[in-house]
Design a protein around this ligand. Structure first.
Ligand SMILES: *Cc1c(COP(=O)(O)O)cnc(C)c1O
Length: 377
């Protein structure tokens, strides 16, 4: 059907927050680049996906689920919540499942934010926070990030965040490690910050990349849930567990917050294949260990390559590296596309000279390094 011109401005009819919303820009899909350039053997290092694919245990679990697809999923996600409760040593009533952790972030904004309160986040932090805040018309408090010269560049400036809290601040989003920069906060400073915040300000600690730090360096905020009733931890199966396509994530909170979120979530917000895959993936320690190992060595290759080419980067505890090309990064991005590698421009964050590069398999990183040398050498 052809689009009909109407007399009505439907954008104008939308609620005020939505009218001014800048939509999320995803990484370019492989199929799209194939169509555009007619090339094959494309590598996507643009969306922090797991280059090893999904956990084999997850794949096996969905096979069994296929016959049941005519039925609605378990709206309470009992099996998944049961293994999560065990893993995190929390009650099942402290878990909210989501269609990706993105879903949970949106639920938090819908449940707790409105035009008369504000939500805080750092400059250069996950693009979904401002979108979720904007959609409900709440006030943004974007706090400038630390500078390149800082000991931990382009990360949350916790003292500045603390100083900016006012009587309207209802929620604070912190990603640790942070995306798109990879910067991370240490346990002591993060703990002290959370402790210093009044209890009626909800702190959402987004730990999408938690698994990638070594056990000694890992900052696991879920251990603080008992102490801070205003703390919410979000986690995802999209990154280390390799299940981005299934869309499953969750948050841990006190039971009252979980109860509030449960009121507004869609009754079947996590599909049955995702539930089965995630439940099986949790127990796949071997897969997780292999993912960490591949990431660590790939990260080293890419960091070494940057050093050799004299490109600065943000030391990263995630599965990606933010690289500064010292010039507008778009031509670099284009050159890499033509050579079959999709990276992620971050100009929408104001980082016009940078690209975010996801760590791939060893073979993929070898190709990435040679493309970097070709494009930047
Ligand atoms: C990828 C990512 C998420 C999770 O996305 P899903 O919706 O779970 O796929 C959440 N937060 C950050 C910071 C991320 O980078």
């Amino acid at each position: 059907m052809k689009h009909q011109k109407t007399m009505t401005d439907f954008k104008k009819l939308a609620v005020p927050g939505v009218r001014q919303l800048n939509p999320y820009i995803p990484g370019k899909p492989i199929s799209e680049l194939e169509r555009e350039l007619g090339i094959e053997n494309i590598i996507k290092l643009a969306s922090n996906e797991n280059p090893l694919g999904p956990s084999p245990k997850a794949m096996k679990a969905i096979e069994k689920e296929m016959d049941e697809l005519a039925l609605y999923p378990d709206g309470n996600g009992f099996e998944l919540k049961k293994v999560l409760a065990e893993k995190h040593q929390v009650g099942m009533d402290q878990i909210t499942l989501g269609n990706g952790s993105n879903d949970v972030l949106v639920l938090l904004a819908e449940a707790y934010l409105s035009p008369d309160v504000s939500a805080m986040y750092s400059q250069y932090s996950f693009a979904v926070y401002p979108i979720a805040i904007q959609a409900v018309g709440a006030i943004h408090q974007m706090i400038p990030a630390t500078t390149w010269e800082d000991e931990r560049p382009l990360g949350c400036d916790l003292p500045a965040m603390k100083a900016a809290i006012n009587e309207k601040t209802r929620m604070i989003f912190i990603a640790n490690p942070n995306n798109p920069t990879g910067s991370f906060l240490h346990k002591e400073e993060l703990y002290a910050f959370i402790k210093s915040v009044a209890e009626d300000v909800i702190i959402v600690l987004d730990e999408a990349y938690l698994e990638y730090a070594s056990p000694e360096e890992r900052v696991d905020g879920s251990l603080w849930l008992d102490e801070f009733p205003n703390l919410v931890i979000t986690r995802t199966f999209s990154k280390a567990y390799g299940l981005a396509g299934f869309r499953v994530g969750y948050c841990l909170s006190n039971p009252e917050i979980a109860n509030v979120l449960n009121r507004i979530r869609q009754p079947f917000n996590v599909n049955s294949l995702a539930l089965a895959a995630a439940t099986a993936a949790i127990g796949d320690e071997a897969f997780l260990a292999r993912s960490m190992q591949v990431n660590a060595s790939g990260m080293q290759m890419l960091a070494d390559c940057c050093e050799q080419l004299g490109l600065r980067y943000v030391p990263s505890k995630g599965n990606f590296l933010l690289v500064d090309f010292g010039q507008d990064a778009m031509p670099v991005y284009q050159n890499m596309l033509e050579l079959g590698i999709i990276t992620r421009p971050v100009a929408n964050y104001g980082l016009t000279n940078c690209l975010r590069i996801t760590i791939g398999t060893e073979t993929e990183m070898q190709r990435m390094v040679s493309v970097m040398e070709q494009v930047c050498g």
